[in-house]
Design a protein around this ligand. Structure first.
Ligand code: DAH
Length: 339
C-alpha cells in the first residue's frame, strides 16, 4: 500500500497543466472529497498498528505534494495572464498622440513663404553669426558710416569682425555672391539688436528679406510685387510708399498698408491714421550689386525687408512681443487651430 502511495506522489510531482480546468481536475482527483487522498485515508483503519506511523507520513507527503503542485501551477498560469494583460490586444488602435501647435512666428513665416513662392521666389538662408562684410560693408555701409548706428549691434568681443546679424539683408549679399541673375529669393531668419527689452521691442526678432535681380527691373515691378503681397497677406491692397533712406537701396521707401479705421483696435494699432508701416524697400544700390559680383550696367533689381514678429502680433492680436519667446504653453496652445 505504501508503495502505491509513493507512486501517486511521483505521479503528482510529474503532473503538468496549462489551463485552469486542468489544474482544477488535478485538485479534484487528489484533494477532492472522493479523491485519491481521502481514499487512502479511508484505508487507514485497516492498516496494522505498527505501520500506521509510516503510512500516515506518506499520506501527508502526498497531501503536501498535491497542494503545492496546485499552488505553483496556479501561480505560473496567473503570471502568464498578467503578461497578457500588459500587452493586451495587440490589434487595438494606439493611444492618441496629443497634437501640438505651430508657433505664431512659424505660421506667419510659412504664410509669407507661400505667398512669394507662388510668384517664383525661392527660400534662402544664411548664418546668424555673421561677419562685418556681409552684414555691413558689402551693403554699402563701410566702416565709420553713420548709418551703422541705425542698428545697435552685438559684437563678439574677441573679434570685432564677427557679430550677430542685425538684419537678414546679409543673406542678400551671400546669395548674390553665389548666384547670378535672374534672382528671386526670400530669406527668413532671426536677427539680433542690442535693444532694451519691452512689450514692443526685443533683442532678437525675425525678418524676411526679399531680393529680385534681373534685366530691366523697375520700381513699378517692386510696387506691383508689394501690392500682390499685402493683398494676399492681409486682404488689403491699398499701399503707399514713403521716401526713406537705406544705404543698400536707392531710391528707398517705407511701405505702409491701409488697414482702415473701422474698429477700436484699428485706431490703436494705426495710431488713429489708418496706415500701418510694414516694411522697408528700394532699388538695390549699384554699389551693392558690384560688391557682390553682379554687373550693375546689365542688371538691376529691388529688395525689401519686413519684421515677422510685428506682423504676427498684428494678425493674432498679440499685445506683448515677449510672449513670442517665453514658450508658455498656455499661450502657444491657442494656435492649435491655425494652419
Ligand atoms: N534691413 C532693413 C532693416 O533691418 C530692412 C530693409 C530695408 C531691407 C530696405 C531691405 C531694404 O532689403 O531694401 O531695417
Amino acid at each position: 500500500m505504501i508503495d502505491k502511495i509513493k507512486e501517486s506522489i511521483a505521479e503528482a510531482e510529474a503532473f503538468e497543466a496549462h489551463t485552469k480546468e486542468e489544474i482544477e481536475a488535478f485538485r479534484i482527483k487528489y484533494l477532492g472529497k472522493k479523491g485519491v487522498l481521502n481514499a487512502y485515508f479511508a484505508e487507514f483503519k485497516n492498516v496494522p498498528n505498527e505501520q500506521k506511523k509510516a503510512f500516515g507520513q506518506v499520506i501527508n507527503q502526498l497531501k503536501t505534494t498535491a497542494e503545492e503542485k496546485v499552488n505553483t501551477l496556479k501561480e505560473v498560469l496567473e503570471s502568464k495572464e498578467e503578461v497578457k494583460g500588459i500587452y493586451g490586444d495587440l490589434s487595438r488602435p494606439g493611444e492618441p498622440i496629443a497634437i501640438g501647435a505651430r508657433h505664431p512666428i512659424s505660421l506667419v513665416k510659412n504664410q509669407i513663404i507661400d505667398i512669394f513662392s507662388r510668384i517664383g521666389f525661392n527660400v534662402s538662408e544664411g548664418p546668424e553669426i555673421e561677419d562685418d562684410w556681409h552684414n555691413f560693408t558689402a551693403l554699402n555701409l563701410p566702416e565709420y558710416h553713420p548709418a551703422r548706428d541705425m542698428q545697435d549691434t552685438f559684437f563678439i568681443q574677441t573679434d570685432p569682425d564677427i557679430l550677430l546679424r542685425t538684419h537678414t539683408s546679409s543673406v542678400q549679399v551671400r546669395y548674390m555672391e553665389n548666384n547670378q541673375p535672374p534672382i528671386r529669393t526670400i530669406s527668413p531668419g532671426r536677427v539680433y539688436r542690442n535693444e532694451a527689452i519691452s512689450s514692443r521691442s526685443h533683442c532678437f526678432f525675425h525678418q524676411v528679406e526679399g531680393l529680385y535681380i534681373d534685366k530691366d527691373v523697375s520700381f513699378a515691378d517692386l510696387k506691383q510685387t508689394l501690392q500682390y503681397f499685402t493683398t494676399e497677406m492681409f486682404g488689403k491692397s491699398k499701399i503707399r510708399l514713403r521716401p526713406s533712406y537705406f544705404p543698400f537701396t536707392e531710391p528707398s521707401a517705407e511701405v505702409d498698408v491701409y488697414w482702415g479705421l473701422e474698429t477700436e483696435i484699428d485706431h490703436r494699432i494705426t495710431k488713429g491714421t489708418g496706415w500701418l508701416e510694414i516694411m522697408g524697400c528700394g532699388m538695390v544700390d549699384p554699389n551693392v550689386l558690384e560688391n557682390c559680383g553682379i554687373d550693375s550696367k546689365i542688371y538691376s533689381g529691388f529688395a525689401f525687408g519686413m519684421g515677422i514678429d510685428r506682423i504676427a502680433m498684428l494678425l493674432h492680436q498679440i499685445g506683448d512681443i515677449r510672449l513670442l519667446s517665453e514658450n508658455d504653453v498656455r499661450f502657444l496652445e491657442q494656435f492649435k487651430s491655425a494652419l
